[in-house]
Design a protein around this ligand. Structure first.
Ligand code: SF4
Ligand code: SF4
Length: 85
């Protein structure tokens, strides 16, 4: 399973919460403890278990294009070569 990482441009976030409903694993939330310069609670990734797959749905739905998603590929198993010493 690939792993994802979400980078959030918090100052562009308008706190609309669309990303929170788009994530199939409910990993996006609005940070109620902080405000950005425009007075909005910015989106944050809440993923202590490393469940983000990097599917990108949160970034696709964001109207402000303030989410960048990076995906790490799962390591491929090394091929086993039969008959080679
Ligand atoms: S990349 Fe996918 S799994 Fe990760 S936070 Fe965004 S919507 Fe959720
Ligand atoms: S969809 Fe974009 S603008 Fe809306 S809360 Fe999420 S990151 Fe912020």
């Amino acid at each position: 399973m690939p792993k994802g990482r979400v980078v959030i441009d918090e100052e562009r976030c308008k706190g609309c919460a669309l990303c929170t409903s788009a994530c199939p694993s409910n990993l996006m939330a609005l940070d109620q403890a902080r405000l950005n310069a425009h007075g909005y609670h910015p989106a944050t990734l809440v993923d202590p278990g490393g469940q983000c797959t990097g599917c990108g749905l949160c970034a696709v739905i964001c109207p402000e294009a303030c989410l960048s998603v990076f995906r790490t590929r799962a390591a491929r198993p090394k091929p086993v070569l039969a008959g080679v010493n």
